[in-house]
Design a protein around this ligand. Sequence first.
Ligand code: DX5
Ligand code: ZN
Length: 218
Amino acid sequence: MVAPSILAADFAYLADAARAVEGVADWLHVDVMDNHFVPNLTIGLPVVRSLLQATAIPFDIHLMITDPRRWAPEYAEAGAYNVTFHAEACDDPVALAKDLRAAGSRAGLAIDRDTPIEPYLDLLPHLDTLLIMTIKAGFGGQRFMPELLSKVRAARQRVAAEGLQIRIEVDGGIADDTIAQAAEAGADAFVAGTAVYGVPDAAEAVRRLRALAEGAQR
Ligand code: DX5
Ligand code: ZN
């Protein structure tokens, strides 16, 4: 799965950014930041609702907010395909995952740079997506941190051992020169902001990223 992140797009033309990758991207990654969980501030429900009307691409919502139990289900009800909240912001991830599924979306758990993966491996059967940050959450355009791929390997090992149906997604610094190592570590969903919207041809960038990931998985 390749999920372009509109964080790197021109916010005055979000619908155009979505349409630019229609037919080539699997998901549209939407970074919701609240200026509390992370220092940055982006967009919230009203913008997401409008954008959902503008494109047919399934939405992958990445909530970088405090109190996700209060807000996350509304994104599912609005029609998001997958809603991911942060482990660091939620004291009962299994309950929230259940609420999200009941509200009509897939449920994802995100693990930030400084959070170990081990305490969360037992929760995988309750989740549809595990998002492993390959930077510190908060801003686009940061340098990929290969040392964080050990978490991807640990998750992939558990998923294989238990035969689980879950996507392992990486987010942060994914580009032509980093996506292969993430795929080799066991990721099968790739968020890319700058690498897609920072170049002239977004659709071509998605195709190239997909080819590089597939080449590494083979
Ligand atoms: C950052 C966001 C990422 C961001 C990635 O906290 O979660 O989705 O858009 O941007 P790049 O691909 O530029 O690192
Ligand atoms: Zn993100």
